[in-house]
Design a protein around this ligand. Sequence first.
Ligand code: CP
Length: 309
Amino acid sequence: MLKSKDLLGLHDLSAEEINEILNGAFAAKKFLGSGYKKSDDLAGRSLITLFYENSTRTRTSFELAGKYLGASEVNVSVATSSVQKGETLADTGETLDAMKIDFIAIRHPMAGAPALLASKVKASVINGGDGMHEHPTQALLDMFTLLEHYKKIKGLKVAILGDIKHSRVAMSNLYGLKKLGAEVSVYAPKTMMPRELEKLGAHVARSREEAVDGADAVMGLRIQLERMNGGLFPSLSEYARFYGINGEVIKYAKPGAVILHPGPVNRGVELTPALIDGGSSLILEQVTNGLAVRMSILKLLAEYRENNL
Ligand code: CP
């Protein structure tokens, strides 16, 4: 049983809660493979997606997760909503809440926006990514992908390379992977590495090769061009040459190591096309698993609501 009406981040989730979501995702994945993708588990429930930033994977998978589970699902298009007339997030939330909705999946450029919304509404708020803070459902699907492949997370060595500083995916993965007993090493250009990451239990490597050395999984992160003020590296081609993951770098990982990336990928920048499309890549499996994980989260939050609200 989850301990909160909302899912805002992995920092505040216990290992037991994370495992419960991952276990539910196994059942959801089996359901997805069955061919007939309709159940009435969430019949009578309603889900709103409220995305203040662009998204393909997260928004679509929340919408499909709700539909496959039998919930009523509506997307609020921020570009054509009253947000454009200056309505505040709190007022938008209270307005949607007045329509007796059960779940709001939100993405927002401001860190903390989902927590603010959660404090204003009776609906369960799910963080679909907030600024540079957290992207918990992405990290949960990453962990599920590793668990499915390796049958365990404890003891795995996961290397995360790329724009760590601007990455909510990196932060959520660090919290979650450490709670489940994985080792995490990180590498980024100095301008893209936050301070004091060691205090969160990460090994901060001094080179790509050191980060990847002996890794079971190598995760590339997207260059967050939209969150940069510029000047953090000379050019995309130089980033690829000095910081990207390629066939030479991956030789330092364990034989059979898998490649992960949250997407969307800047092809040839964070990862070479040969690695993105190669046999070790689980990038598209991550997308499928995102649907399974979000189905699991919706079901567990519905259970919380039935028992506590
Ligand atoms: N990984 C991820 O959050 O992708 P989207 O931006 O497409 O949702």
